[in-house]
Design a protein around this ligand. Structure first.
Ligand SMILES: Cc1cc2nc3c(=O)[nH]c(=O)nc-3n(C[C@H](O)[C@H](O)[C@H](O)COP(=O)(O)OP(=O)(O)OC[C@H]3O[C@@H](n4cnc5c(N)ncnc54)[C@H](O)[C@@H]3O)c2cc1C
Length: 407
């Protein structure tokens, strides 16, 4: 197949049995949809193949902030994000009912399905989104082929697998998932409101677990368009009876596990379905193959408590779609050597490793009961409290000291 034409031609007439594109992206979750929009805006012929026309109301990332926003800005999605998310810029952090510190910085709360819809909406030509299920992939140094459940076929120079945690397609190519930690964490997502209908007294709040034996890392409360969202992240056996209590009697169980929250929440109720997710940590093996590249959760899963899933996914999208894929398309072929450039990209490798490091750190800090981690946990919160008090007493002073020490 010849090098990229660079023209943003339509990929195929609607309903054509054989679709031809430069890049086929399989999976229109956050990673695939952002990647499709970035590549299509740059003039590449992109086909985004997604089995579900509307992303279901699944519990995934529901808030982003700090450096993730810089990437959204650089890739041109910040307006889209602002249009569908709730902004907040102060998070009150508490433990055992007392203030640890206050995090200041722009952040946004949203529903994952709306975030995905926003990203898909940024693809310039709506016909680039094909609603179908990919049932088989075959890849080579030159041309890649996809089979769809509908019987249609697609031919492309590069296939991007952004299929999330579902690994079925990769298996056919010999790509396997290596389990790093089974049932590493448990997450709950639900929305709350005060019974009297009044707003909560905080913008956003994080309440850390009180006892290592509870396995609670933190409960994060933040605004989303539907109200005050709660994400509870735990490191605990998913078969423990407390999981059922959290699903069935959520408000009472949360207050039993985090009694220090009571005075901040008042009398509250859960206003929607309680969603629950048990996460394995895993990474793929056998992925270095010609013609195909894996991004987002399809490459590596993340610990929700560590909050690194989107950071990793954004590095994947930015590096692949602004650097490697455009360059690869300028020359013949799609060899393993080309693909390996992406997997060994220093920013990608660093983000992947950081995600695993944070996953292990959060688990140990939350639930390890040995004396070493107990001391570390106490010191962690003590250090944050002291910094906060100093910052309150002498605003900006610590920042100046840090700058002076670095100089
Ligand atoms: C409970 C929970 C909480 C989380 N909280 C956070 C957080 O606070 N911060 C953070 O940074 N990260 C968080 N994460 C991680 C983050 O949500 C994920 O990293 C991110 O959503 C992954 O996006 P993705 O596009 O890779 O996968 P997905 O969003 O899963 O998308 C995969 C898509 O592929 C499609 N697909 C699969 N197979 C096929 C096929 N054969 N043909 C066509 N389409 C197919 C699926 O339909 C789906 O739409 C959380 C994750 C979970 C589970």
């Amino acid at each position: 197949m010849t090098a990229n034409s660079g023209a943003a031609e339509p990929i195929a007439p609607t309903g054509a049995a054989m679709i031809v594109a430069d890049i086929a992206i399989v999976g229109g979750g956050l990673a695939g949809s952002l990647a499709a929009a970035v590549l299509a805006r740059a003039g590449h012929r992109v086909a985004l193949v997604e089995k579900r026309a509307v992303h279901p109301d699944e519990f995934r990332v529901e808030k982003i902030g700090s450096q993730q926003l810089d990437v959204f800005r650089r890739l041109g999605f910040i307006r889209g994000l602002e249009s569908m998310a709730c902004p907040y810029d102060r998070v009150l952090n508490i433990r055992e009912g007392k203030v640890v510190d206050v995090s200041v910085g722009q952040a946004y709360g949203f529903t994952y399905s709306h975030l995905v819809a926003m990203a898909r909406g940024q693809i310039p030509d709506p016909s680039s989104l094909i609603i179908d299920e990919v049932t088989a992939v075959s890849c080579s140094d030159d041309v890649q082929h996809l089979d769809f459940a509908s019987g249609r076929r697609l031919q492309a120079r590069l296939v991007v697998l952004a299929t999330g945690m579902a690994g079925v397609l990769g298996y056919r190519l010999g790509i396997r998932r290596r389990l790093l930690a089974a049932q590493h964490s448990v997450s709950f997502g639900f929305t709350i409101a005060r019974r009297d209908g009044a707003p909560f007294d905080f913008n956003a709040l994080t309440c850390y677990g009180e006892r290592a034996s509870d396995g609670i890392d933190y409960l994060s409360l933040f605004p989303v368009p539907a109200g005050m969202r709660a994400n509870l992240f735990m490191f605990r056996d998913p078969t423990d009876p407390v999981m059922r209590e959290l699903r069935r009697d959520t408000a009472a169980t949360v207050l039993r596990l985090l009694p220090g929250l009571r005075c901040y929440l008042g009398d509250f109720l859960v206003t929607d379905r309680v969603q629950n997710w048990v996460m394995d940590l895993s990474i793929v093996e056998g992925h270095l193959q010609p013609g195909v590249v894996l991004i987002g959760d399809a490459f590596q899963t993340n610990c929700p408590a560590a909050g690194t899933g989107v950071a990793r996914l954004l590095v994947d999208v930015e590096r692949l779609c602004t650097e490697y894929a455009p360059r690869w398309l300028m020359t013949e072929g799609m060899s393993k050597e080309k693909i390996s450039q992406f997997y060994s990209d220093p920013a990608k490798v660093a983000a992947d490793q950081q995600s695993l490091r944070m996953a292990r750190f959060r688990q140990a800090l939350t639930s390890r009961g040995d004396i070493g981690w107990d001391v570390r946990r106490r010191l962690h919160f003590l250090r944050r409290k002291i910094i906060h008090r100093v910052d309150q007493a002498r605003p900006g002073w610590l920042g100046r000291v840090r700058t002076a020490l670095r100089a």
